[in-house]
Design a protein around this ligand. Structure first.
Ligand code: IPD
Ligand code: CA
Ligand code: CA
Length: 282
C-alpha cells in the first residue's frame, strides 16, 4: 500500500529541477520566435512547440523522481491520483512569449489530497496546495514555497506587502480575452479598482501576478476564468508569504476553478468585498 506520508522536501527539489529544465527549452525558442510553429486551440488561445516541449521536459523529471504522484498538465491533460497531484503550466504567459514580451514563467504546484500526511501524524482534511514553484527565466527569479515552512524568491524569504487599504495599493488583474461569459461580473470590479487604487496592472501571466503579490510588488490580485494550473503554485507561494489566496466563490479549499483573489490580510478581504456584489447568484 502507498505510504500516506508525502516527502515534500524531495518533491520541492524535483519541481525546481523540472522548472529549470522547462525554462531552458522556452529560452532556447525565445530567441528564434519566427521559427516557432504556433497552433490556435481556439480564438486567442495559442500554443506552440515551446509549450509542448517544455511540458514534456517537466513531466519527464517529475515522473522519474515522483512516480507515485498524479500529474495534470495544461497541454497533455492527465488526472489526479495517489496522495498528491502535480499541476503544471509549462509556459504561463504564452501570448507574451509569442509576442516577445518578457513576462512569462514555468509554474509547477503539488496539491496534496485529503488523507495525505504532511507534518506530524494528522492526515489532511481537504486537498491542500503544498508546493509552489514559479520560475521567471527572464529575470532569473525563482519563487518557491513549501506548506508550513515559508516562501522564497531565490535565496531570500518573502512576505506580502504591508498595504492597509486598496487606496494605497497597486493591484494586478487579468481581463477577459478569450472567454467573455463572465465579463458582466468582472467589468464592474475592474471599474471599481481603477477608481479606488493607486493603479491596476495587466501583465499577462497569472502565475507571476501571484508570485509578485507574494513578494510585495503587488498589493493584491484578482482574476476570473482561469485554469487550475494558472493558480496552483501561486496559491501556495502567497499563502506561505503570509497572504490570502482563495476561491472567489468560497466553495473550494483552493481556487481550483480559476476564480481567484489574493492579497495581504487587509487587501484580500477588501478585494473580496469589491467582487462579491457582482457575482451571479449561486
Ligand atoms: C494565461 C495567463 C494570463 C491569463 C490567462 C491565462 P497561458 O495563461 O495566465 O495572464 O489572463 O487567462 O490563460 O494561456 O499563457 O498559460
Ligand atoms: Ca497559464
Ligand atoms: Ca500555459
Amino acid at each position: 500500500m502507498q505510504s500516506l506520508r508525502l516527502p515534500i522536501s524531495d518533491c520541492l527539489d524535483a519541481a525546481v529541477t523540472a522548472a529549470h529544465a522547462g525554462a531552458a527549452i522556452l529560452q532556447s525558442y525565445a530567441h528564434n520566435r519566427a521559427e516557432l510553429v504556433i497552433d490556435k486551440k481556439m480564438r486567442n488561445d495559442l500554443v506552440s512547440q515551446a509549450d509542448r516541449e517544455a511540458e514534456e521536459a517537466v513531466i519527464e523529471i517529475l515522473r522519474e523522481r515522483t512516480p507515485q504522484l498524479g500529474i495534470v498538465a495544461e497541454e497533455s491533460g492527465g488526472e489526479t491520483s495517489g496522495i498528491a497531484t502535480w499541476y503544471i503550466d509549462p509556459l504561463d504567459g504564452t501570448t507574451n512569449f509569442l509576442h516577445g514580451i518578457p513576462q512569462y514563467a514555468v509554474s509547477i504546484a503539488l496539491i496534496a489530497h485529503a488523507g495525505a500526511i504532511i507534518t506530524g501524524d494528522t492526515p489532511l482534511e481537504h486537498d491542500t496546495p503544498v508546493i509552489g514553484v514559479i520560475y521567471d527565466p527572464n529575470r532569473e527569479e525563482l519563487f518557491t514555497a513549501m506548506h508550513g515552512v515559508g516562501a522564497w524568491l531565490n535565496e531570500r524569504r518573502i512576505t506580502c506587502s504591508q498595504a492597509e487599504s486598496l487606496s494605497e495599493s497597486v493591484v494586478a488583474t487579468g481581463f477577459p480575452f478569450r472567454d467573455f461569459s463572465f465579463s458582466e461580473q468582472y467589468m464592474p470590479t475592474l471599474d471599481y479598482a481603477i477608481n479606488n487604487t493607486r493603479g491596476v496592472r495587466r501583465l499577462g501571466s497569472a502565475a507571476l501576478d501571484l508570485a509578485w503579490v507574494a513578494c510585495g510588488r503587488y498589493d493584491g490580485y484578482w482574476e476570473m476564468g482561469l485554469a487550475p494550473w494558472d493558480v496552483a503554485a501561486g496559491t501556495v507561494i502567497v499563502r506561505e508569504a503570509g497572504g490570502i489566496c482563495e476561491d472567489i466563490h468560497h466553495r473550494d479549499p483552493w481556487p481550483i476553478r480559476g476564480y481567484v483573489y489574493a492579497g495581504n490580510l487587509h487587501t484580500a478581504p477588501a478585494l473580496d468585498a469589491m467582487i462579491q456584489p457582482h457575482l451571479n447568484p449561486k
